[in-house]
Design a protein around this ligand. Structure first.
Ligand code: MTE
Ligand code: CO
Length: 429
């Protein structure tokens, strides 16, 4: 399964990492960044001159029927790492976390992970089948689902393999690549519980099979308890219909649990009394420990955080003085309660400032403002959630889990800021 980025063999491909990154867009990856336009500027556009955009009428309404970002934001894009997978259809593209702010991910920038490419589902022909251990098997159309009572909830969706390439050491130079298999959007959807109530679940039911309508026909087993608790059958993200990449027209939203459970293009839910056997490549979501033992059913994504600015793709470039450090924190067990930041590799910690809504099981934005005197820094952030769980160091994590895992790496990330302002992914012992 060399074409599967969630496969352990990735970890052994370290030698290709640096060269791979160069090939995938060196300009965007720090070091050789050109001076930003806003720091230089074209004198003709600066005061007291009247800039170009103030002299002429602009485009009228309707020209941009579906709006796009400014042409000057062209480098704010999802990126993939070409050597990571053998094919584009079973691969992953990463969210540019260092280019974003606030707690919400814009739809067009949400990381994508497909095992069989993007399914282009015609909404009129869309059907969701619900059968198995139920009184009344049902088939829902998209209209049926839209006519049920709906809720709005913001949740993060993190691939269990996020940061998976970092188990054996610092590897990828940018939070887009080390932490970009995550997005957090406001979903509109129907609690799965409502659909299950309509079908009438039999008393011996314990597990659900979730099956996707893409060419991979990905399946996962979901405990009935989670289905009844907070799982959604969602069709909107940030107000608009789901993007095809993210499961249009309907996907599962399984709050706080690994993204592999969030089956996209959901077409079938079968109610049963035990977990199903799944095909290897889509469901080998176990964590191999030292000595050959493995952790299974590790669904919950533990508390984690990352500093998005500065970071390798967003260096400080000699910008001394007042500095706004920004980052993201999240926990699959509830709300983020606190984030601490260290400038010296974990010796001293200060409380960061959480800003914006702190939603349950969603990305939470934090800031830490400080005066940078140009000294080298070892930046770290450490999240704590409302259960009191504290994000572990990578060393602590390895002590318990070894280095054979791919999944569930929530260790503390370190960025080394040089006095030039360049930033690099490193580890401190
Ligand atoms: N659902 C289907 N039908 N097919 C898939 O390949 N990939 C899963 C999950 N759901 C997948 C799927 C995995 S491994 C992840 S990480 C998430 O979708 C990614 O969701 P996203 O593409 O919206 O980011
Ligand atoms: Co995944």
């Amino acid at each position: 399964m060399v074409d599967n980025p969630d496969d352990p063999r990735f970890a052994s491909r370290r030698a290709f990492l640096r060269s791979g990154l160069v090939a995938s867009g060196a300009a965007a990856l720090g070091g050789s960044l050109p001076a930003r336009a806003e720091t230089v500027g074209n004198p003709a556009n600066l005061p007291p001159n009247v800039p170009d955009w103030s002299r002429f009428l602009g485009e009228g309404v309707g020209v941009r029927a579906y709006g796009k970002p400014s042409q000057h934001e062209a480098n704010v894009i999802r990126r993939d790492v070409e050597w990571l997978t053998a094919s584009r259809e079973s691969s992953v593209s990463f969210t540019p976390l260092h280019e974003l702010d606030g707690p919400i991910t814009p739809n067009g920038l949400c990381f994508e992970r497909h095992h069989g490419g993007i399914a282009e589902v015609n909404p009129t022909d869309y059907r969701l089948m619900l059968h198995g251990l139920v009184e009344k098997p049902l088939i829902f159309t998209l209209d049926d689902i839209k006519r049920m009572p709906r809720v709005n909830r913001a949740y993060f969706c993190e691939c269990a393999a996020n940061s998976g390439m970092e188990w054996r050491g610092a590897q990828l130079n940018g939070c887009q690549f080390t932490h970009g298999m995550i997005h957090s959007v406001m979903y509109t959807g129907v609690p799965l519980k409502i659909l299950l109530e309509q079908a009438g679940v039999k008393p011996n039911a314990k597990w659900l099979l979730l099956e996707g309508g893409d060419a991979a026909a990905m399946t996962r087993s979901l405990p009935l308890q989670k289905a009844l608790e907070d799982t959604l059958v969602a069709y909107r993200m940030n107000g608009e219909m789901l993007r095809p990449e993210n499961g249009y027209p309907v996907r599962m939203v399984v709050p706080g649990w690994e993204a592999n459970m969030w089956v996209k293009w959901i077409r079938r839910i079968e109610v049963g009394d035990q977990p199903w056997h799944h095909r290897e490549e889509t469901s080998k979501y176990t964590d191999l420990l030292e000595g050959g033992k493995a952790r299974r059913f590790t669904y919950v994504m533990d508390a984690k955080s990352v500093i998005t600015n500065p970071s390798p793709q967003a260096p400080l470039n000699h910008k001394r003085g007042f500095t706004v450090l920004a980052g993201l924190a999240w926990s699959g067990r509830g709300k983020v309660q606190r984030v601490d930041v260290s400038l010296d590799g974990g010796r001293n910690w200060q409380a960061a400032r959480l800003d914006g809504p702190v939603w349950d099981k969603a990305l939470t934005r934090f800031y830490y403002e400080f005066d940078w005197d140009g000294r080298e820094l070892l930046l770290q952030s450490r999240a704590m959630d409302e259960t009191g769980y504290v994000q572990p160091t990578k060393a602590e994590l390895r002590q318990v889990r070894g280095v054979n895992s791919i999944y569930h790496n929530n260790g503390i990330q370190t960025w080394h800021v040089r006095s030039s302002g360049e930033v690099e992914n490193v580890e401190v012992s």
